[in-house]
Ligand binder design. Structure first.
Ligand code: GLU
Length: 332
């Protein structure tokens, strides 16, 4: 059964890494901002491993990421191994909860099966592609009536179809702590979106919403690349009868060439920096500086940054890293 804890008086934030690659400077910076926002107000910090997509999750990577975060000086009050009141804290152990959420949405008639492939949808596109990189799902493809019992057939593996969430047609408005007021007409930009893929994998949008609600999360701090998912998540939160958290999307870090960090930026993982002799306080001070919290990159612990933290100070621009970050951090 889905049960959302009563809204807490305390701040509850989280960091939710996907174990697909080593933690790089950009993710560490986001984790630091999420941690500071919680710790500056004496809140609870939750760590959650988002290993939904089995084949993409690299074995041992979750532990490696958590170890990198510990090395940096970030701690948490609930998480994998540690446990906590709203566990488990690893998504692959929470599939029954995602099923319960699908059940609720089915009861509310907000779910339908869809057999169209990405290719079909691309072909049908009449509007420019939305924030998901795909054309908005055309409302004409919504089934006009569904056979009674279709959901059970689907659940028992008898339907080769994805499950889509039926969006409403009112624009979603929310306030982001970095980006200000945002309004997104999800029905026009994305349309009905997938909650469970045809191959049985639960969509990030579903899992993240169910987990944030069930873990009593009051603020979501994450990278700016997920700003485009927020309006969709708010529609889902409201359909499930939950309360929406506050949002803060931290601007991204780019490499010296101005591109988003990728697997190729191997030298910018915490593991590489550490191997190159960088001390955690140097990196934390540098990240605090890049976030706009310190006037210069002086060595600092995460706890030492707490008095300097305020959302109004957090820089709104992407941060461009120097060519040889390890050298800069070793010699600073
Ligand atoms: N697991 C997602 C990522 O690593 C973050 C999800 C979230 O914070 O909502 O990009």
């Amino acid at each position: 059964m889905l049960h959302f804890p009563k809204p807490a008086n305390e701040v509850r934030g989280r960091y939710a890494p996907s174990p697909t690659g080593r933690l790089h400077v950009g993710s560490a910076r986001t984790a630091l901002a999420a941690w500071l926002s919680v710790r500056a107000r004496g809140g609870v910090f939750v760590m959650r491993v988002e290993d939904l997509d089995g084949p993409r999750a690299v074995p041992g990577m979750a532990e490696a990421i958590l170890e990198d975060l510990r090395w940096l000086g970030i701690d948490w009050d609930a998480g994998p191994a540690l446990g906590g009141p709203h566990g488990p804290y690893t998504q692959s152990e929470r599939f029954h909860l995602y099923e319960a959420a699908l059940d609720r949405l089915h009861g509310l008639e907000r779910l339908f099966p869809c057999r169209h492939s990405r290719k079909d949808l691309q072909r049908l596109a009449t509007a420019p592609h939305g924030s998901s990189g795909l054309p908005p799902y055309p409302a004409v493809l919504r089934p006009s009536d569904l056979a009674p019992g279709w959901f059970d057939v689907h659940r028992n593996g008898g339907a080769d179809a994805a499950l889509r969430f039926l969006v409403h047609d009112r624009p979603v408005a929310f306030e982001d702590r970095v980006h200000g007021a945002i309004i997104e007409p999800v029905h026009e930009t994305v349309g009905d979106f997938v909650l469970k893929r045809r191959d049985g994998v639960y969509a990030y949008q579903l899992a993240v919403v169910v987990d944030d609600l069930m873990m009593g999360i009051t603020e979501v701090v994450r990278g700016e690349d997920l700003l485009a998912s927020t309006a969709r998540q708010i529609q889902l939160i409201e359909a499930l009868g939950g309360a929406r958290p506050a949002y803060g999307h931290v601007p991204l870090v780019v490499n010296a060439g101005g591109q988003k960090l990728s697997k190729r930026d191997e030298s910018l993982t915490l593991a590489s920096l550490r191997a190159a002799g960088v001390r955690p306080e140097m990196l934390v001070g540098y990240l605090g500086y890049s976030l706009g919290l310190l006037p210069e990159p002086i060595p600092c612990t995460p706890a030492g940054l707490i008095p300097h933290f305020a959302w109004e100070r957090v820089s709104k621009q992407p941060w461009r890293l120097p060519d040889d970050l390890a050298m800069v951090l070793r010699t600073a």
